[in-house]
Design a protein around this ligand. Sequence first.
Ligand code: CTP
Length: 391
Amino acid sequence: MSTTGREVLLGVGGGIAAYKACELVRRLQDDGFLVTVVPTPAALNFVGTATWEALSGRPVLSQVWQDVPGVAHIRLAELADYIVIAPATADLIARLAAGRADDLLTNVVLASGVAKLLVPAMHPQMWSSLATQANIETLHERGFVVMEPDEGRLTGADTGVGRFPEVPRILENLRAIVGISADLRGRRILITAGGTREPIDPVRFIGNRSSGKQGFALAQAALSRGAKVHLIAANCPDLTLEGCVITRVETTAELSLALDAEFENCDVLIMSAAVADARPSQIEDEKLKSSQLRTIELVPNPDLLKVLSDKRRPGQVLIGFAAETVNHLESAISKMERKNLDLLYVNDVSGGAIFGSDRTQGAILLKSGDQITVTDASKDTLAHVLLDQLK
Ligand code: CTP
């Protein structure tokens, strides 16, 4: 999968705040970054390799003497789009300022020319010491973005400037470096999530297994990038998203009405909802007895995306989703043409994968004919990679 611009190498120094960097890994992933963690050997005294590997879903090394044939320091330096060092301890800062290369992290930093964000955390005396401040100045002059630690209670009873900054502040700094904070500002994005249900009787319905997770991840990602988002949620969990208008629907007819009301006002439509292809020709007023349940006569639902695509105005972007179990690329390509879409993400759901999961795999098909293979990504990451295509 093309992850250009989304690879963060998180260097972790040997301070107690290393445990707070665990939360940072998660929040970076929520923001659509793929994270590789490189702890210093000292950091492993606080948080072990297994934790970093479990959180990042990637192998974790800390010495150049591991994976020697893989030349990890160069491989990781080439992979990283950004380097975040959190927490940066006094010793790590000193080693970086001196240009030392005595562990994997310092090797990678030397071998990489990408933007680097330094998040210092240490005792206030160590932070204000002339040595540390001189080292910080050196790194600053060399282009490192250096955050000021927070002020407050430290590990012991004392207080001062030296605390690990709050994670949202770190993300804000990284977003400023990356320049993704508002790249969708002014875009009106209409997103459908979940799956429609067609009632059979007062207690039964025809539905599908779509959880709505991907649609919510898309809405969250678009909001974080400054877009104005309207989410139409079909049978999704009762979640709210700050700054997002949410319309809740159950049936395909209700989804169709909601789309008709909003389509004209959007610049981009992302149809991640799974639409029930057919509905019972009649809805029973009373619950059917099990003995009456033999056959249900169905009538097809309209293809909502096709109808909207046929009446789109110039410049409106339409994105579809598909879930396939066999020949997924072939049928996705013909679906994309039939519905005249700008982009289609095809989930490979063979073996019941993906529904309800936080992860996804499949392929992004672009109008140009290009494809981006998604091997195993979080739905947040996929959301950002899809939104990257709107730029
Ligand atoms: N879609 C739609 N209206 C329908 C069915 C699908 O708008 N009645 C949209 C979905 O939201 C999705 C895309 O079309 O974005 C592809 O959905 P899919 O169910 O894979 O397409 P179908 O045309 O129903 O194809 P299939 O025969 O494979 O089910």
